[in-house]
Design a protein around this ligand. Structure first.
Ligand code: NAD
Length: 359
């Protein structure tokens, strides 16, 4: 297959591309605008593979999408490009509407034109896989409630509302135009190459620098954590074996309170890091409770039984094993972190000249 991955320079997209290059024989075109969240250093291990190609472009630029589809002729599109950070969506929602809603619309329209012109056999086999989040379902209140694929949408933040809107567009393009889509909604991911504005890498790097470890409100918010490489495997299952028009929830069976996640990281750092920042006996002493995020959802948890039953997928990592791998990865890859923190990851871009890439 030729697979077009949007947002492939991001956290999950880069894990997906590493998986596709290392675990399958497929060809991949990575289409990414390279916002602050896009980092080609996360793809260093596959950058020279002849089955891999990168193009810098914006999914909202419909003429470019049309041209790119005509040139690459994909058998499947895996759409991950998005603005993704909830706090940023509260401070500045416009970029979220532009990329997540308008961008998804533009990509759908370019895809529809491309797909309708395909020969019949390729039309039937074609897939548009839209990657979304469990945050579209809003908050869970009962301690035993779980999000299923039929849970009504009730998004709380500008981020989750924009993702919900994009999910509706994708389903409408299936119902109205027959575009062969599959969707997946996933819980919180964690693992290597995660941008350090998100909880787990932020806590690791702040702790190593002896900075406060901010925890929102009482820290009792519950998230269902999934190791990113388990997610990448699940995404490939969905795009290659999922039933057209269906949605698959993906989760890790790993419900954790935020405060326990932070304490777990501190315990691993206590075990692994001999040199403590000055005046620090144990890393947990850096934990600082800060004013809660407005509209903060209390609990998310996924019922992943459909993907397990229909596609035979299960997560391989427990939270304990995945968190240990993640902390070790950050300790062993401080250069990657330094390049993100000092902004140099946005400079050289592995020596590629972007004006050439766009041409
Ligand atoms: P990320 O923020 O790490 O990466 C997003 C990528 O999209 C970046 O490389 C960025 O440059 C690119 N991008 C942004 N705007 C673009 C545009 N207009 N055109 C082209 N590229 C653009 O995000 P992530 O955490 O890897 O998430 C990927 C997808 O998975 C998103 O759709 C997100 O909603 C979804 N998701 C994420 C999580 C999670 O825990 N991280 C959980 C469930 C679902």
């Amino acid at each position: 297959m030729k697979i077009l991955v949007t947002g492939g320079a991001g956290f999950i997209g880069s894990a997906l591309i590493r998986y596709l290059m290392q675990g399958t024989a497929h060809h991949v075109l990575n289409l990414d605008k390279l916002t602050y969240a896009g980092n080609l250093e996360s793809l260093r291990s596959v950058a020279t593979d002849t089955r891999y190609e990168f193009v810098q472009a914006d999914i909202a630029d419909q003429p470019s999408m049309v041209a790119l589809l005509a040139r690459f002729e994909p058998d499947a599109i895996m759409h991950l490009a998005a603005e993704t950070h909830v706090d940023r969506s509260i401070d500045g929602p416009a970029a979220f509407i532009q990329t997540n809603v308008v961008g998804t619309y533009s990509l759908l329209e370019a895809t529809r034109a491309y797909w309708q012109a395909l020969p019949v056999e390729r039309r039937d086999a074609f897939r548009f896989h839209h990657i979304s989040t469990d945050e579209v379902y809003g908050d869970l209140h009962g301690a035993d409630d779980l999000f299923t694929e039929t849970t009504p949408y009730a998004p709380s933040s500008p981020y989750s509302a924009s993702k919900a809107a994009s999910d509706h567009l994708v389903r409408a393009w299936h119902r109205t135009y027959g575009l062969p889509v599959v969707l997946s909604n996933c819980s919180n991911n964690y693992g290597p190459f995660h941008f350090p504005e998100k909880l787990i890498p932020l806590v690791i790097l702040n702790a190593l620098a002896g900075k406060p470890l901010p925890v929102y409100g009482d820290g009792l918010q519950v998230r269902d954590w999934l190791y990113v490489e388990d997610h990448a495997r699940a995404l490939f299952k969905v795009v290659s074996e999922g039933r057209v028009g269906e949605t698959y929830n993906i989760g890790g069976h790993n419900e954790q309170k935020n405060i326990d996640v932070v304490r777990g990281i501190c315990a691993l750092l206590d075990e692994r890091v001999a040199e403590r920042p000055a005046g620090i006996e144990n890393f947990a002493s850096l934990i600082t409770f800060v004013k809660d995020r407005p509209g903060h959802d209390q609990r998310y948890a996924i019922d992943a039984s459909k993907i397990e039953r229909e596609l035979g997928w299960r997560p391989a990592e427990t939270f304990e094993s995945g968190l240990r791998k993640t902390v070790l990865w950050y300790l062993n890859n401080l250069d990657w972190c330094r390049h993100v923190q000092d902004g140099s990851y946005q400079g050289q871009r592995l020596g590629l000249d972007h004006s050439q890439l766009l041409a």
